[in-house]
Design a protein around this ligand. Structure first.
Ligand code: ADP
Ligand code: MG
Length: 729
């Protein structure tokens, strides 16, 4: 039974780190070679076609058919020169990954011969069968028509021998079936709303961008060990396994020297990432054993997200070359840290100003403060929406588990900014301010840059922390598509900035001077959203109590959290700002419920199978050995002698028997609950049923199995143990 495990261990012992060399010491020598970027477009397209791409990117306009022909021809010429034989539209359906369908660049020519071709039509639009992707009942399978359309703002790239064209995915009726369409819409909404607000401070601003710098955490597990764990293969996490005697308690992994095999893997995937134009910059060991992190330089949010999805794909592929598997699951191992994605988010203008960074002069600082206060207000008003955007089956193991931000959304600003906001509240009054008061206030604000410069306040327990020139949304799951959280955040901010503009304009109309109007509204917002600000330990129990007192929501149930997509406030933000239509939002919510149910369902099945087919038989084998042993003793020794020596063994037999029966009983009960849940027709109720009735069995069954792991002969235990998964290199 344990053969696979021991064979795997032997394999791991025999592994050698691979030698990986960077193609050149200068990354710039090969950065982006596999991307059809601006310089290449300029080279391969005629001037007219190149211009039309630039305009389309700048203005979000579409490209006409004739231009598309020219672009396609140029693109293929470049791709063919790079050895590409196929092309695909690459998109983000509502699953955990990206989708692609490769087509060769071939067709029959007029004379009947095969010729290579790539037409503008194929570049611009494709029709994948939409019925096989989740839509939440948005389209019936019999009208399974959907199409993908080129997203000009994200450049095409080559993976292996396939030209990949980033696309949006929509139904024929125009309904979004992916993550990209709504993300692009939120970028537009935020752009418009933020430009309007910027006009108070700087008339030259005509465009505002959202930036994203993601930090990706992951685990590396040896391929052979991974393959001996059906739970890892099928669910991405271990459903059982007793904690290793040593894991992360010595804090010796974080920022430690990177193990050689892992280092080789990192170099290798970084090379591929660079070739794909992904500016990966940081690599380090994370807190848990075999856990690592990678982070690029931030980019505009749409591109950054494409790059995150792409890099996850690249990592999975490259890992295999190094006999590794990379785990993106939020909680692959119980008892040690799970993985997250930290989304560093900021907004910046086309005049080169980061709106979340203190300005160079008092006016710039006021603008910074105004945007900052609006972020805090947006997070306060939309805590439930933000949580809904990140709380998934996988991530629910992390949030609130004393290793990751809690399920309570709060904002950390640092003591200096807190002081500044307090001062503002104190100084701004409803009556007209005297010139002296104004000067004093502005002086205070004028000091912000110096104050923040040496302000290294960091709070790693906050789900939403200000880090000097950006906010870090730290509660995002490692497996997530960054879009869901970025959609929520961008839309909430767009909505908030629109409100801000209305509020300020109202005061201006009443004859209040612009600066003073801005101050007054800021004061109001600071007071209204005060409760979301928290500077202390977000992992502590006291915070949980305090947050409750403050009326902040703390939702740990995934279905309950998903429901919050449909509150009046969420609808105001998402539908009111044109990100979704009602049917789209409802469809997405259905998809989320369904995803949750299916994940729990799969885990329940795998756990049941492993318990009954792997663990129970192993325990019985061990029990038989014990029984034989006891019988032998009985045959050999006198009754007194036997009673003397067999006590401990009999206890062991009893305990093993008891655990075996308990496991069987629990698995049966879990199956019964699943049957009941499966009959529920509403996706929401089904998800709740799975959450409340099926999921609670996981820990109970696991508890019994993990106890058995400690008792049963190591020689026959079938599944690689935690110490082996996490420490064999
Ligand atoms: P830490 O682990 O200390 O939080 P990292 O260096 O691992 O920081 O990652 C920080 C991320 O934040 C990087 O992706 C970086 O590019 C990004 N970042 C830095 N400045 C900004 C900004 N203004 N807007 C968005 N992201 C930013
Ligand atoms: Mg980091």
């Amino acid at each position: 039974m344990a053969e696979l495990r021991f064979k795997a261990l032997e394999e791991v012992f025999s592994r050698k780190p691979q030698k990986v060399e960077f193609p050149s010491n200068e990354v710039s020598d090969y950065f982006g070679v596999n991307v059809f970027d601006m310089p290449k477009m300029e080279k391969f397209l005629n001037r007219e076609a190149f211009r039309s791409v630039l305009t389309a990117i700048d203005e979000g306009s579409s490209i006409d058919r004739k231009m598309a022909e020219q672009i396609a021809t140029g693109m293929r010429a470049w791709a063919a020169g790079m050895g590409a034989t196929h092309y695909t539209h690459w998109f983000h359906p509502l699953t955990d990954g990206t989708a692609e369908k490769h087509d060769a660049f071939i067709e029959f020519g007029v004379s009947g011969d095969i010729i290579e071709n790539f037409s503008g039509k194929l570049l611009a639009q494709q029709e994948p069968d939409a019925s096989s992707f989740p839509s939440g009942g948005l389209r019936n399978t019999f009208e399974a028509r959907g199409y993908t359309a080129w997203d000009v703002s994200s450049p095409a790239f080559i993976v292996d021998t396939t030209l990949c064209i980033p696309t949006v995915f929509v139904s024929y009726t125009g309904v979004a079936l992916d993550y990209k369409v709504p993300l692009l819409k939120t970028m537009n909404a935020l752009d418009k709303a933020a430009v309007d607000v910027c006009q108070y401070f700087d008339k030259n601003v005509t465009k505002v961008y959202a930036n994203l710098g993601w930090e990706q955490e992951y685990f590396l597990i040896d391929n052979a060990l991974f393959n001996s764990r059906p739970d890892l293969i099928l669910t991405g996490r271990t459903l059982m396994g007793h904690q290793s005697s040593k894991d992360q308690q010595l804090d010796d992994h974080y920022f430690g020297s990177i193990p050689e095999r892992a280092g080789a893997f990192m170099k290798d995937f970084e090379i591929e990432a660079y070739k794909l134009g992904i500016p990966v910059k940081t690599r380090h060991n994370e807190v848990a054993p075999n856990q690592f992190e990678c982070a690029p330089i931030f980019e505009e949010v749409n591109l950054a997200n494409d790059h995150n999805q792409l890099v996850m794909d690249v990592m999975k592929r490259v890992a295999r070359r190094h006999d590794f598997r990379v785990l993106f699951h939020e909680k692959p191992f119980a008892g040690i840290n799970g993985s997250g994605k930290h989304n560093n988010w900021s907004i910046a203008t086309d005049t080169g100003v980061n709106l979340l960074s203190p300005g160079k002069n008092p006016k710039g600082n006021l603008q910074f403060l105004a945007f900052l206060v609006n972020v805090v207000k947006a997070v306060y008003d939309n805590q439930d929406l933000l949580r809904a955007s990140i709380l998934t089956a996988g991530n629910s193991h992390r949030l609130g588990a004393n290793e990751a931000p809690p399920a309570i959304i709060s904002v950390f600003l640092g003591s200096k900014l807190t002081e500044i906001l307090d001062e503002l509240v104190e100084k701004v009054t409803d009556r007209k301010m005297t010139p002296d008061e104004k000067t004093e206030l502005k002086l205070g604000i004028g000091k912000i840059p110096e104050i923040l410069l040496d302000n290294t306040d960091r709070n790693r327990t906050s789900p939403f922390a200000f880090t000097g020139n950006r906010f870090e949304f730290r509660a995002v799951g490692s497996a997530a598509n960054c879009s869901t959280s970025m959609i929520a955040l961008n839309a909430a901010m767009a909505n908030q900035l629109k409100d801000f503009k209305v509020d300020v304009d109202q005061l201006i109309e009443k004859g209040i001077k612009k600066d003073e109007a801005i101050f007054q509204i800021m004061k109001r917002y600071i007071l209204e959203s005060e409760n979301i600000r928290f500077e202390g330990d977000g992992y502590s129990e006291e915070w949980e109590k305090e947050a409750k007192k403050r009326g902040l929501t703390n939702i740990i149930s995934v279905p309950e959290s998903i429901e919050k997509y449909l509150t009046e406030q969420s609808k105001k933000v998402l539908i009111g700002n044109g990100i979704f239509i009602d049917a789209e939002l409802e469809g997405r919510v259905e998809v989320e419920y369904e995803k949750f149910t299916k994940k729990i369902q799969i885990e329940a099945r795998v756990l049941g199978d492993l318990a009954i087919n792997h663990i129970v038989p192993t325990a019985i084998t061990y029990q038989n050995t014990l029984l034989e042993n006891v019988q032998g003793l009985k045959d050999l020794f006198s009754k007194e002698e036997f009673n003397d020596m067999a006590g401990a063994r009999l206890e062991l037999i009893k305990e093993v028997s008891f655990r075996i029966s308990t496991i069987k009983k629990l698995v049966n009960k879990m199956i019964e609950e699943r049957k009941v849940a499966n009959k529920v027709t509403s996706e929401k109720d089904k998800a709740i049923q799975y959450d409340e009735k099926v999921r609670p069995f996981f820990d109970k069954i696991r508890y019994e199995i993990d106890k058995l792991e400690l008792m049963v002969d190591n020689e026959i235990w079938p599944l690689p143990k935690y110490r082996e998964l996490l420490f064999t290199r």
